[in-house]
Design a protein around this ligand. Sequence first.
Ligand SMILES: Nc1ncnc2c1ncn2[C@@H]1O[C@H](COP(=O)(O)OP(=O)(O)OP(=O)(O)O)[C@@H](O)[C@H]1O
Ligand SMILES: [Mg+2]
Length: 221
Amino acid sequence: MKRKKTFFISGIDTNIGKSYATGYIASQYMSKGYKTITQKFIQTGNVGFSEDIQLHRKIMGIKLLPEDYVLLTSPIVLPYPASPHLAANMQKTTIHCESIANATRALERKFDVVLIEGAGGLMVPISENFLTIDYIQQQKYPVILVTSGRLGSINHTLLSLEALKNRDITLNSIVYNTYPKADKYIENETARYLKEYLKIHFPNATFDIIPEINIDQNKTD
Ligand SMILES: Nc1ncnc2c1ncn2[C@@H]1O[C@H](COP(=O)(O)OP(=O)(O)OP(=O)(O)O)[C@@H](O)[C@H]1O
Ligand SMILES: [Mg+2]
């Protein structure tokens, strides 16, 4: 039997390409024969469904799964497009992480690989006194960190790596998103620098590249 794998996909910032990376990595696992599903641990800015899950399925080239319809893949969906703690406050509710962890465990029972997409970056608050990185540490998930070649990425990436190291969280990989195209000298230097940094500080982590993806070419029917 193949070993079960669950990863938490975080990024150096919101809008860095976590959803694209999650869908792309899921399709890679699928093509290697792993039964694979993705989950959005907290979705804000939607009502009753997760647009990130829809995007994952589109990139994976599949239709919505039964687990999507029963919201196992998006256990917390809040309408206000903000950090989870604020989106929850706006609804006069609090986020119970145990319900997210239960949903993930249900997916783990049925799938070989579960890719959990975060919301924003590592230090995003889930509630007043509990951060996304606290949840990752508590659940012992290895992290896939999405970055890019835009100006500022080296700084944001090293800050994220420092935070992971500080809490003994395993870094599985850095995923370098090649979209959007930026200054090619900055892009090349960012990739080179981060690869060298990993070799020294995280020798067991890999450096993977996400190409530009045209989702209109991914037919789901
Ligand atoms: N590899 C890629 N190929 C094509 N477009 C991309 C790629 N990566 C990112 N994009 C574009 O950038 C936007 C932001 O990417 P994405 O939605 O994956 O970010 P995110 O980190 O998941 O954001 P959020 O924090 O809101 O979940 C996408 O809507 C898409 O237009
Ligand atoms: Mg996303």
